[in-house]
Design a protein around this ligand. Structure first.
Ligand code: DGL
Length: 219
């Protein structure tokens, strides 16, 4: 019997990960849990996010999941180590493959990260990048207004363009050459993000990266 992939996110944003998983593994059984009742996670305390992530994981396991995918960056940055201690099933999360990809792409070793407040303040990306390549510069920017803009469907609105531009300016000033989209919702704004950060900057879209990691594991 094939193993069921259980994916959770704070809401519907993690469907960007499901879309990629379905593309690579079209016949693999998959359950998705979007915690729309308690979204957003990115504004909550680490303790609350850990508790929610634990409950989400239990829910998926109770419904037959054999592999877990944490599609939510806020949960992945904050709760992965706790979940790995508490559950024996294989756990994939969005942070590790994003970092692998960013390190493979950067030429000048100047990487930018955008995410929710919870993700950025966790410092997990910086720690993991510095553990691999200590002389890499990492500049992080919390972008709390982007999730509501995506939820409103303002994917091409001029207000969204202005807000993206303002958030990205400090990263542009630091001349990053690679930008990690550290939030489930940001791939939906990828076009504007690319336009505002400049076309020479390489963008890491974790939804594709994590799907490839799960695919390699199952293969
Ligand atoms: N899914 C969340 C993340 O990737 C974004 C929305 C939220 O704040 O819950 O961080």
């Amino acid at each position: 019997m094939s193993i069921t992939i259980g994916v959770f996110d704070s809401g519907i944003g993690g469907l960007t990960v499901v879309r990629e998983l379905k593309r690579l593994l079209p016949t693999q059984p998959l359950i998705y849990f979007g915690d729309t009742a308690r979204t957003p996670y990115g504004t909550k305390s680490p303790e609350t996010i850990i508790q929610y992530a634990r409950e989400d994981t239990r829910f998926l396991l109770e419904h037959g999941a054999g592999i877990l995918v944490i599609a939510c960056h806020s949960a992945a940055s904050t709760a992965t180590s706790t979940l790995k201690q508490e559950f024996s099933e294989p756990i994939f999360e969005v942070v590790t493959p994003s970092i692998e990809q960013a390190l493979a792409l950067t030429r000048r070793k100047i990487i930018g990260l955008i995410g929710t407040r919870a993700t950025v303040t966790s410092g997990v990306y910086e720690k993991a990048i510095h553990a691999r390549l200590p002389d890499t510069k990492v500049y992080s920017q919390a972008c709390p207004l982007l999730v509501p803009l995506v939820e409103e469907g303002w994917l091409k609105a001029k207000e969204s363009r202005m807000i993206v531009k303002k958030y990205l300016r400090p990263l542009k000033n630091q001349q990053i050459d690679t930008l990690i989209l550290g939030c489930t919702h940001y791939p939906l704004l990828k076009q504007i993000i690319q336009e505002k950060i400049g076309k020479k900057v390489k963008i890491v879209d974790p939804s594709a990266e994590i799907a490839r990691a799960v695919y390699s594991y199952l293969e």
